[in-house]
Design a protein around this ligand. Structure first.
Ligand code: FAD
Ligand code: FES
Ligand code: FES
Length: 1440
């Protein structure tokens, strides 16, 4: 079967390899819509699309040749060849039909924009160039980052300002989606434009840095610019506005708390707790920036940052809008514009008449306003629109008119603008008129992020005709009227079921455009509600979205008119007409509810194979949401004095609309001992050394390295099959494309094609067989990224498909395991079970997790021209591994390969071994061409290719006494390792080491199986199997508590290990602090009072339930592969006294370099400012272990200490000779005395080594302990949950740097929160990853952190086994987020009790809204029937 050229169907359907199920829609009966559709991204070949309404039919696609026309200009845009390297002859391009207006011109207009105050005249702007590419590649402004290219992460946020309608408008936008051509006569401000380390930081830059809100820093410029744009519009915002401003920004490192804390200082709330931090008022009254929960805390805590260090915000000092731009804007005569690129022409008419004429002449032209939909189609669905019509200057499309019936919005009005107008209307009009407006506003609250709402138009949302549009259901339920127009006239249509004619189709004719929408006032007896249910609240697409409108006969509860509109239940937004009709004339009472639910259950059905899956959940939601509406209307009728039943008090919470509370937090740590010198910074909350540079965009990441003059770009060719033989590869189409230099395949590898992280069981480039979707087969090298990517998609591969193994269950059935199968056993299992009063069996599946480091994998390989030398800039945690595998592939000794790592934009284990999948290929290409070659993976490629956390399936049998004391455990772990071994065995071993979590089990057996499947190889991820091991433990512990009917915390406490006890693998627990952590956590969280309050709450509420859980963690510190427990350092002291420090660890945001400088500073007894770390490189410290296993501070810290001590010894005589001298004096004296001022240091962890055969030996150097208590609230009707409170007590020994350590605790916890409650990777039964970007894969956002968040570092807990009595902290806190999972399970238990269900039940991880809702069985779930029997249908996704 061929990989390309197979698309023969309509735009909505295509061959499985390229387009399955996502362009088709949703949940529709034909599919779920993922915003950037995953399958489509593997599509091949560029598609030219004519609008569905054209006579040629939706599926007609003109061949590339038909697009040709005249025109020969060479485009200067970076994406089309202005970059370094060769440029081949310009492509011909199509020319829009000529007539009047911009389309008539033969040339291109110049585009004028201002960037950071500088005027730029772009003579040949390419409509295909995004602002982000332009900034980074053309202007060299690399502060603005690329995180996803789909508007979903905010890393690319910049501020756009324009002078319009006599006012200055400033708004945050996503540069990755903003077409350069849309920016004529605007001012763009990037992070570089507001401040710099060299000059002066802007307060928004300074505060995020000083508040420790920047770890890896890759998200930081985007967050800075969101905040900056907010302040430009409102210098004194409220916290709620700040939270709204960040809806479109993601951070994977910090856990968000420090960012909010830092920026709170710029809000009305004034940078303090707002009176919530302490019982007696505000924390600031104590003159202290840190918040305290009690008087006791006040004594313990010192702030993590000092607000008095902050420069004040002075709005008068902001960069002004360029006066020249103002005059240019005012002075422009005709605003019509035409920008011609090689493949696309951008036309921007000045008037409606001109717009209509152009559309008439170019019916296939795409209208683009915000480009938030079209941009995604072009980037990820491989579509090409040769003519773009931009109506930004057409006043009729941008106006707002208030009429007698409602408000008319021009189709190009942005959602932000629409929201502002409606808000004002709500504030001024009588409430009965604004029901529809409020429903629209409710949807807008959770519609994308601010950056998207600032540019996305209401017309764009309607015309996209997405079945999961959040606005269309409201417009339909409210009966909004649309004005459509073509050159010959206009018509007004109502938005009802006939407006949408099919998946992403409407009744509009090709020449027609949408001019405006009228949103009506509501009537006196009309009530309207809107609902959106998505996996994550903020910035997420809906699973089901709905709007409901009911009108009653005046003064009665008799239904006169009813419209129930649903999205996510069919190929279009639909009205439940049958149900609505059956309710007309009925009274709004219980009987109506029953009829409605029964009818909806019949009317709103879904096929078992429906794309998007979640069939039972989606069907249940249609009923649950109606129930919410029913209750809400009942309340409103009563308020109007109509005689209806009162809503039962225990049901009232089901009607409450979610409004997030501003988080408040407390951090507690032990201050350094009195008398510690100011210069001794160990133990102090020193700011991350790169934080300022990260906040200004000056920090250089791998892809920010300036382009080499003759540099080329590489794009990977990957498999679209999970398991197949390669029959043929046809590169002819790819090689004929402009800019393409060559293809690279296995035969181009001069050394060995065999590779692998631990065992060599992989190939650099697949040559005969592919074993996963995303398997790297080859690469295309071209002059620019866009051209390389286009060409890679044009490579045709023919496969012979083989049966894949995708899931753990399939692997078990096929006995497809990697050797060896591991086992740990202690005690007498049989005797243990005999002794037990109860035996419980159970199972749990834990889904995998995508690392989602904000910076994707990057490599830049530069051949050095002699002796086979190659220099690589790589974003990797493992420079040495990269060096050795590149050398192996190139067939050169390791000493010819230099790997350099300055910093990474996050790693989390994802850049430990899988980075070589890219770096080896890039090196091979650079070697072949003898030119520098670069590749930064796109987010979807990165997610597809590089694997993630292992999914685990755990099966257990646990024996216990009536007291809850566990006496026997037999547990089996199965991990989905994927298509190669990678680090899977070590991950599995760690899961086994953590199978008892923190509990003592006398008779225990754990077995572990690594399943060999056809998924991309799974790999290291923070916790490295530990969380999976412990998650299963907490599952059986919860079962035990439920079976014996005792409070879970008592049963957990009863089973906790004690000092001196040995683990299942016979390691004695000494310096045991877990019990202290437990007790402190119980008391800080007010556990017992909380429990009582929750019990009360749950008795009083039927449809919302609260839950509580306290969970411990015991995390072993060391690499389990003993040889990795070593580290080196190299310290040079220069004659001016400055110190260059190098060590084996890499900086990925975790603050390792900062801690190492602190260590060196203490040993050398000099200020940190004298010490510099430039990078990690294989030619300074050789044979380094990957920066992983939380042990890097321990290992590298000790090596740094060792090197510094050597130097101090050498300097000792000069200090003695000149005791009053300075460091510089001693250094100079030593130099002139010919003393070696360079020293290396080395460290290896002593006494390590565990033997699985004998179950003896020390697996770990020591343990990090922690305990977390979390409270949640679930909405039993929708499955949504709120994280109300979390208290963590963590033992990090004597913290080297409390700010960094608390950052690790919080960041790890929030990442765990994602793992256990939110993040779901969906795979098709054929092994295709369906979730490949932030649009479909949801990591926690700002709004997901606990409302009350307390982190306390255990006091007086020195650790004698690591540097300066500290402990490792990177991984251990992650598992503590399981407290949220088990709090959810606790709440579900209460919900089930309402339906008379009790006892242990299975809840798989993550506890998604779907799982929560489905577990809360009730009358609504019962009405929807049982899901289809597995095996009777092909599911959309499978549990891998
Ligand atoms: C990160 C992200 C988050 C999102 N979140 C949500 C969400 O929460 N809820 C939701 O419903 N949607 C969401 N979307 C999709 C969103 O609806 C659309 O992206 C947006 O409303 C489209 O507006 P636009 O101006 O950007 O459209 P464009 O991309 O400019 O155009 C979209 C389509 O509308 C057509 N069109 C536009 N104007 C007219 C006109 N006047 N006449 C005829 N055709 C026209 C265009 O030709 C094109 O086909 C999200 C998108 C992104 C990228
Ligand atoms: S890169 Fe633009 S939002 Fe992610
Ligand atoms: S600091 Fe936010 S992603 Fe790393």
């Amino acid at each position: 079967m061929s990989d390309t050229g197979t698309e023969t169907g309509t735009e909505t359907r295509s061959s499985p390899e390229t387009r399955t199920g996502t362009e088709t829609d949703p949940r529709t009966g034909t599919g779920t819509e993922t915003r950037s559709s995953p399958e489509t991204r593997t599509g091949t070949g560029t598609e030219t699309r004519s609008s569905p309404e054209t006579g040629s039919g939706p599926g007609t696609r003109s061949s590339p040749e038909t697009r040709t026309g005249t025109g020969t200009e060479t485009c200067s845009s970076p994406e089309t060849g202005s970059g370094p390297g060769t440029r081949s002859s310009p492509e011909t391009r199509s020319s829009p039909e000529t007539g009047s207006g911009p389309g008539t011109r033969s040339g291109s207009d110049p585009l004028i924009l201002f960037v950071n105050g500088k005027k730029i005249v772009e003579k040949d702007p390419d409509p295909e160039t995004t602002l982000l590419t332009y900034l980074r590649r053309k202007l060299g402004l690399t502060g603005t980052k690329l995180g996803c290219a789909e508007g979903g992460c905010g890393a690319c946020t910049v501020m756009v300002s324009r002078y319009q309608a006599h006012q200055l408008l400033h708004y945050a936008v996503n540069a990755c989606l903003a077409p350069l051509c849309s920016l004529h006569l605007v001012a763009v401000t990037t992070v570089e434009g507001i401040g710099s380390v060299a000059q002066k930081l802007h307060p928004v830059q300074e505060r995020i840095a000083r508040a420790h809100g920047s770890q890896c820093g890759f998200c930081t410029p985007g967050i800075v610019m969101s905040m900056y744009a907010l302040l430009r519009n409102n210098p004194t915002p409220r916290m709620t506005e700040l939270e709204e401003a960040f809806q479109g920004n993601l951070c994977r490192c910090t856990g968000y708390r420090p960012i909010l804390e830092g920026y709170k200082t710029l809000t009305v709330e004034g940078g303090c707790c707002g009176g919530r931090g302490r019982e007696n008022g505000c924390c600031m009254s104590n003159g202290n920036g840190a918040e305290r929960s009690s008087e006791e805390d006040v004594d313990e805590a010192t702030p993590l940052f000092n607000t008095s260090d902050f420069a004040p915000l002075d709005p008068t000092q902001e960069v002004i809008f360029p006066p020249e731009l103002m005059s240019l804007t005012k002075g422009q005569k005709s605003r019509s514009l035409c920008f011609r690129g090689n493949r696309v022409t951008w036309l921007q008419p000045d008037s409606l008449e001109e717009f209509l004429l152009l559309k008439w002449k170019n019916p296939e032209a795409r209208v683009v306003t915000g480009n938030t939909e079209v941009g995604i189609e072009v980037k990820f669905k491989n579509l090409l629109y040769p003519v773009i019509l931009c109506p930004s200057f057409v006043s009729e499309l941008n106006s707002v008119t208030h009429t007698d019936d409602g408000v008319v919005f021009g189709a190009s009005c942005t959602l932000s603008h629409m929201g502002a107008v409606l808000k004002q209307a709500v504030d001024t009009l009588p409430p009965h008129q604004t029901e529809v407006f409020l429903a629209v506003l409710e949807q807008l609250r959770w519609f994308a992020g601010k950056q998207i709402r600032n540019v996305a138009a209401v017309g764009g949302n309607i015309m996209t005709a997405s079945p999961i549009s959040d606005l269309n259901p409201v417009f339909m339920a409210a009966g909004c009227r649309l004005t459509l127009m073509d050159k010959d006239g206009s018509r007004v249509v109502q938005m009802n079921d006939s407006f949408f004619t099919g998946y992403r189709r409407t009744i509009l004719r090709p020449q027609e455009i949408l001019v405006s929408i009228e949103i009506p006032y509501s009537q006196r007896t009309q009530f309207v509600s809107a609902f959106k249910q998505s996996p994550r609240r903020e910035d997420d697409i809906s699973i089901v979205t709905a709007a409901m409108s009911v009108t009653f006969a005046p003064g009665t509860n008799i239904v006169q008119d009813l419209r129930l509109s649903y999205g996510g239940m069919a190929a279009t937004t639909v009205l439940a007409t049958k149900t609505a009709n059956s309710l007309l004339g009925r009274c709004w009472e219980e009987e109506l509810l029953q009829v409605a639910c029964s009818s909806l259950a019949e009317e709103m059905t879904l096929d078992a194979s429906v794309p998007g899956g979640m069939v039972t959940y989606r069907r249940t939601l249609t009923l649950s949401l109606f129930y919410k509406f029913y209750l809400t209307v009942l309340q409103k009728l009563r308020q109007q004095g109509v005689n209806v039943d009162e809503v039962r008090s225990d049901c009232v919470s089901a009607t409450e609309i979610y409004h997030p509370e501003t988080p408040s937090s407390v951090q507690i740590y032990q201050a350094v001992p009195e008398g510690q010198s100011q210069d001794n910074v160990v133990g102090r909350p020193v700011m991350h050394l790169s934080a300022m540079k990260q906040a200004t965009g000056e920090a250089v990441y791998c892809d920010d390295v300036p382009l080499y003059e003759n540099e080329l770009y590489l794009s990977l060719i990957t498999s679209s099959k999970a398991h197949a033989r390669i029959i043929s590869i046809d590169t002819s189409a790819a090689e004929s494309l402009p800019g393409v230099v060559c293809c690279v395949f296995a035969e181009d590898i001069p050394g060995s094609n065999v590779t692998g992280a631990v065992v060599y069981d992989e190939t650099v480039l697949a040559d005969r067989e592919v074993t996963c979707v995303g398997h790297v087969i080859g690469a295309v090298v071209a002059d620019t990224q866009l051209r390389a990517q286009r060409a890679a998609k044009a490579v045709k591969i023919e496969y012979e498909e083989l049966q894949p193994i995708v899931t753990i269950q399939e692997a078990i059935a096929a006995q497809s395991f990697y050797e060896p199968i591991r086992s740990i056993q202690k005690g007498e299992l049989e005797a243990g079970f005999k002794q037990a009063d109860h035996i419980q069996e159970g199972e749990i599946h834990m889904g995998g997790q995508e690392h989602f480091y904000l910076e994707t994998n990057v490599t830049l390989a530069v051949p050095r021209g002699e002796d086979g030398e190659m220099e690589l800039f790589v974003s990797t945690q493992a420079p040495t591994k990269t060096q050795s595998l590149v050398a192996k592939a190139l067939g050169v000794p390791a000493n010819r390969v230099l790997v350099r790592v300055k910093r990474m934009g996050g790693g989390f284990g994802g850049k430990e071994s899988r980075t070589t999948v890219l770096s080896t290929v890039v090196a091979v290409a650079a070697n072949k061409l003898k030119r520098p070659v670069r590749c930064m993976l796109d987010r979807d490629e990165d997610m597809l290719i590089t694997g993630g956390r292992h999914p685990f399936y755990g099966k257990y049998k646990v024996g216990f006494l009536n007291s809850g004391k566990v006496v026997a455990l037999d547990v089996s772990y199965y991990s989905n390792a994927g298509n190669s071994m990678d680090l899977s065995l070590s991950v599995l071993e760690r899961a086994l080491f953590h199978m008892e979590n923190s509990y003592s089990v006398a008779n225990i057996r754990g077995r572990g199986f690594c399943c060999r499947t056809n998924l991309p190889s799974n790999t290291a991820f923070r916790g490295f199997g530990g969380p999976q091991g412990m998650m299963v433990a907490e599952s059986w512990m919860t079962d035990v508590a439920q079976r014996v009917g005792r409070p879970a915390e008592e049963v957990r406490r009863l089973n906790l290990h004690v000092e001196g006890e040995a683990t299942s693998y016979n390691q004695v627990l000494d310096q045991f602090t877990l019990d202290r952590c437990w007790d402190e956590c119980l008391s800080r969280s007010d556990y017992q009072q909380r429990r009582a309050a929750i019990d009360r709450y749950n008795r009083q509420n039927r449809w919302t339930k609260r839950g509580l859980a306290i969970v411990p963690t015991t995390f072993g510190i060391s690499f389990t592969a003993v040889f990795l427990n070593q580290a080196g350092a190299l310290v040079h002291v220069y004659t001016d006294g400055s110190v260059l420090l190098t060590h084996g660890g890499t900086e990925m945001g975790q603050g390792l370099h900062t801690k190492m400088v602190q260590v060196a500073s203490r040993v050398l007894d000099i200020s940190c400012s004298k010490i510099h770390i430039s990078e990690t490189s294989t030619n300074t410290v050789p044979n380094t272990s990957p920066t992983a296993a939380s042990a890097s501070s321990d290992l590298n810290g000790a090596a740094v200490q060792n090197a510094c001590e050597v130097l101090m010894k050498r300097l000792e005589p000069y200090k003695i000779k000149n005791p009053k001298g300075s460091w510089e004096d001693w250094v100079k004296a030593a130099y002139f005395d010919r003393v070696n001022l360079s020293a290396n240091g080395f460290y290896k962890t002593p006494d390590l080594g565990y033997d699985f055969d004998t179950n003896r030996g020390r697996a770990f150097n020591y343990y990090s302990y922690g305990v977390a208590c979390s409270e949640v609230e679930i909405d039993c009707l929708t499955g949504a949950h709120k994280n109300l409170s979390t208290t963590i007590v963590m033992d990090v020994g004597h913290s080297l740097n409390p700010a960094i350590d608390i950052g690790q605790v919080e960041g790890g916890f929030v990442q765990g929160l994602g793992l256990f409650t939110l993040e779901e990777l969906h795979y098709s039964p054929q092994g295709v990853l369906l979730t490949r970007g932030p649009g479909s894969y949801k990591i926690p956002a700002f709004g997901d952190i606990p409302t009350d968040f307390t982190v306390s570092l255990l006091r007086d807990a020195p650790n004698d086994k690591a540097i300066f009595a500290s402990k490792a902290v990177g991984e251990p806190p992650l598992f503590l987020a399981a407290s949220v999972f088990y709090a959810i399970k606790d709440a579900i238990t209460d919900a089930r009790a309402e339906s008379g269900i009790s006892g242990p039940f299975r809840l798989d991880s993550p506890a998604s809204a779907e799982r929560i809702r489905n577990a809360c069985s009730d009358r609504f779930t019962n009405l929807c029937g049982r899901p289809a029997e597995p095996g009777t249908f092909t599911p959309w996704s499978v549990q891998v």
